[in-house]
Write a protein that binds this ligand. Structure first.
Ligand code: PBG
Length: 343
């Protein structure tokens, strides 16, 4: 049989590594870490097996665990001791993230990224202070008849920008290496860049959650961080899952405002977006392999239906292959260890 091409020739042992196009390294990962000001012991997160909310006193130990697995970077999320309509604990000097940051940056070598958003800090769970909206903002409840509709509330974009500026500066003062706005407010990157530069933090990069979709895959995270909206949903600020071209406009807008790293979130259901951002832009591209992507593999593995280590590795490899340079993932430590990154 005369065949001009026999692809199987390059699939034999010993040559597979030489011709492989994509590799995963422990240094590709950022591990999310939850610091909780309301507890003095570690609290397991049920829907995210292996993850915990840790008290401020244990934040350094938690980050050390990540470093020991071979992962060099963490993303900090905070659960504040109290909430209010403005989310003012988000920029408090003695806030949960600020306290944890001071310790982590003084005592570890980790590269520390902070999530800059208000949804864990507001008592209504939205990503900024609210204002009365216009018809179509819909946070009062979509299914209500027009005549008995609640007053429509929505996030006040420009008031939120001012809060994001304060949060970014307070994180930088406390030792954040990088800040990552995740609220999908218009103009958030420019606002934060301006504030950081004015305060002498021009060296602090911004990783923008540039194309962040209104996704049902955030469910377990919202339990973990206690950040579910008390009413309505986030579809008036996060992106519609139906839209890909709009993601290019969102990302371009963030590039123009000075974003250093461009993130797509979630990862697996949006690999087309990761790949398009990779092609269109030359900035580093990040992808957030979110809580629901983690939870569903764990749930299936618990039933004995999937091999957890194999599907985790394959998922992360596919995100890298689609074009991500760095990956935020709850699998960071486990996969780093299986890649042999532990020190
Ligand atoms: C805060 C934020 C969320 C996530 C990261 N930052 C929740 C949300 O937007 O509702 C989700 C992360 C995950 O699901 O792993 N805005």
């Amino acid at each position: 049989m005369e065949l001009t091409y026999r692809p199987r020739r390059l699939r034999r042992d010993r040559i597979r590594g030489l011709v492989s196009e994509t590799t995963l390294e422990p240094t590709d990962f950022i591990a999310p870490v939850f610091v909780d000001a309301t507890t003095d012991e570690r609290v397991p997160i049920e829907s995210m097996p292996g993850h915990e909310r840790v008290p401020i006193d244990e934040s350094v130990d938690r980050v050390e665990e990540v470093l020991e697995a071979g992962v060099e970077s963490v993303m900090l999320f905070g659960i504040p001791r109290s909430k209010d309509p403005e989310g003012s604990r988000a920029w408090a000097d003695d806030g949960v993230i600020q306290e944890a940051l001071r310790r982590i940056s003084a005592e570890t070598d980790a590269y520390v990224v902070t999530d800059v958003c208000l949804c864990e800090y507001t008592d209504h769970g939205h990503c900024g202070p609210l204002e009365e909206g216009v018809r179509g903002d819909g946070e009062g409840g979509e299914n209500v008849h027009a005549h008995d509709r609640e007053p429509t509330l929505t996030v006040d974009n420009d008031a939120t920008l001012e809060a994001l500026e304060r949060i970014a500066v307070s994180h930088a003062e406390a030792g954040a290496d990088m800040v990552a706005p995740s609220g999908m407010m218009d103009g958030m990157v420019a606002a934060m860049r301006g504030a950081l530069d004015r305060e002498g933090f021009e060296h602090v990069p911004i990783m923008s959650y540039a194309a962040k979709y209104e996704s049902a895959f955030y469910g377990p995270f919202r339990d973990a961080a206690d950040g579910a909206p008390a009413f309505g949903n986030r579809r008036h600020y996060q992106m519609d899952p139906a839209n890909a071209r709009e993601a290019m406009r969102e990302v371009r807008h963030d590039v123009e405002q000075g974003a250093d790293v461009l993130m797509v979130k979630p990862a697996l259901p949006y690999l087309d977006i990761v790949s398009a951002v990779r092609r269109e832009f030359d900035h580093p591209v990040a992808a957030y392999n979110v809580s629901g992507e983690y939870a569903m593999l764990h749930a299936a593995a618990e039933k004995g239906w999937l091999d957890l280590e194999a599907v985790a590795l394959e998922s992360l490899l596919s995100i890298k292959r689609a074009g991500a340079d760095l990956i935020l993932t709850y699998f960071a430590e486990d996969v780093a260890r299986s890649l042999g990154g532990a020190r």
